[in-house]
Design a protein around this ligand. Sequence first.
Ligand code: DQA
Length: 178
Amino acid sequence: MPRRPVLADQAAKESVLPRLPTDLPTVMIINGPNLNLLGCRETDIYGRETLADIEAACVARAADLGLAIDFRQSNVEGEIVTWIQGARDEAAALILNAGAYTHTSIAILDALRSLDVPVYEVHLSNVFRREPFRHKSYVSMAATGVICGFGGLGYQLALEAAAHQLGRAEMRPSENQA
Ligand code: DQA
């Protein structure tokens, strides 16, 4: 199984790969079709942030939260299914933006149902304000929770949710004083 997605800008990608100790819980973050085009694709809907920007922000947030991340993207449904299966052994939680497969893929739903780790479904756009075919999500049927409409921030919110559920949430200063 390839450990890393092939992105157009591999050089930029290498520069933001996590360099975290492996004893931290790993959150696998899987991005589906066309998300490699973020920043130039339908910018009126998805904005100018690239997937590399989102990955860099996730790396920084995960470090704050005491998590490691494994960030991937594929345009191939079967590859995403294989990665989800791999999360059974390799991840403590899964963040998934399955792109258009969200609305079509029973194979991804079945793979998610094989997991016993929390699954956070993320969408950059508010899919419920868009075409009716985007209102149906197979991913939601297996997700712990759903975050949509906050752009790239949604990934960080999902990381925060994962940190809470994995018991890694940061202590707030007020909680530290006791
Ligand atoms: C998306 C929403 C999907 O409907 C669409 O097919 C995408 C991106 C989002 O992040 O808003 O590719 O998952």
